[in-house]
Write a protein that binds this ligand. Structure first.
Ligand code: PHE
Length: 339
């Protein structure tokens, strides 16, 4: 057998040396090393050999296999280099042509804004939490103090699956999930996609983004809410920003407030972006409603908290001067390449 192997090797080596094309090399690879190749055929005989020579022969066969592979690879790249050299010499390949520049791609404007928001809040000690986009009706509504017959449900009308499941119409249900899972102190933000049965126009879409915030602990007050959100507004929109709160209504917060910042385009003078008012509404917020704390199993006499929710799509539109929310999901490179 040893002889058969040696012979096989020398004939293979000879043919490899002579080969002048890549196809030829590949054919030799099949002829010798392929499934039905000559080396494989010899190896099948191995089983019939006496046990004491088997390992020696096996090893020899393996060495030959490796040597042949190496030779073939070497010859192949030799042929390729030669081919390239010939092309250059014959000038059939113009090496002075500029190459194809790889396009590096960009981060979507919404993702950029989400990143900025995330960095600010993680800097303030908040943790980023995820929640499912398919949510229970209970978490999306009831647990947030919105009973089935409550008229405010219309504000958050959603797409429904089979009974009891829907596409979440805000990120607030994640408040409930996290509170049920953990004990205070809780200090989280929840970025994610949300869905509503809104008719699509320049400022509405059936899918948009929200970032929810929730802080629950003992002795949390409205002053904490203001402090955190002022810090956020200044880091996000400029260190001189002023904030203003006006009373609002959300079933899951009491009291509730809409927060505005003085316009970062005109510094409050009045311009197109702030619709001449000098102020831009940025988010909804409030102190977590006792009923919400109760439905998560917390004692509202012991724990209090604040929550807020903002729309990164709107923030991106304001910040970059984008006038149509549909551009974010149109996947049009002429738009996306601007960021
Ligand atoms: N979930 C509210 C919305 O979608 C926003 C919000 C969150 C308001 C938390 C107050 C507190 O409109």
């Amino acid at each position: 057998m040893q002889e058969a192997l040696e012979q096989l090797k020398s004939s293979a080596v000879c043919l490899i040396e002579k080969a002048s094309g890549i196809d030829e090399i590949e054919n030799l690879r099949v002829k010798y090393l392929g499934k039905k190749g000559e080396l494989t055929t010899v190896l099948k005989e191995l089983g019939k050999m006496p046990a004491d020579v088997r390992p020696v022969m096996g090893q020899l066969a393996n060495t030959i296999k490796n040597q042949l592979t190496e030779l073939m690879d070497g010859k192949k790249s030799e042929i390729e280099t030669k081919k390239l050299e010939d092309e250059i010499i014959n000038q059939s390949l113009d090496i002075t042509l500029p190459g194809k520049a790889p396009s590096p791609g960009r981060i979507h404007p919404i993702t950029q804004i989400l990143g900025e928001i995330r960095d600010i809040f993680t800097g303030l000690g908040f943790e980023v939490v995820d929640g499912p986009e398919v949510e229970t009706e209970y978490n999306n509504f009831e647990a947030l103090n919105i009973p089935a017959d409550h008229p405010s449900r219309e504000m958050w009308d959603s797409f429904y699956f089979r009974k009891g499941l829907l596409l979440r119409s805000h990120t607030s249900p994640v408040q409930v999930r996290v509170m049920k899972d953990r004990k205070p102190p809780i200090k989280i933000i929840v970025p994610g996609k949300t869905y509503r049965r809104d008719t699509v126009d320049a400022t509405h879409h059936w899918m948009f983004h929200q970032v929810e915030g929730l802080l629950v602990d003992e002795k949390v007050t409205f002053a904490d809410l203001k402090g955190v959100l002022l810090k956020f507004a200044r880091q996000m929109f400029g260190e001189t920003r002023k904030i203003s709160f006006k009373p609002s209504y959300f079933p899951f917060t009491e009291p509730s407030a809409e927060m505005s910042i003085d316009c970062f385009v005109c510094n409050g003078e009045g311009c197109r972006v702030c619709k001449q008012s000098g102020w831009i509404e940025i988010l909804g917020s409030g102190m977590v409603h006792p009923n919400v704390l109760r439905s998560a199993g917390y004692d509202p006499e012991k724990y209090t908290g604040f929550a807020f929710g903002m729309g990164p799509d709107r923030i991106a539109m304001l910040k970059y001067g984008i006038n149509d929310i549909r551009l974010f999901s149109d996947n049009d490179l002429r738009f996306l390449e601007q960021f």
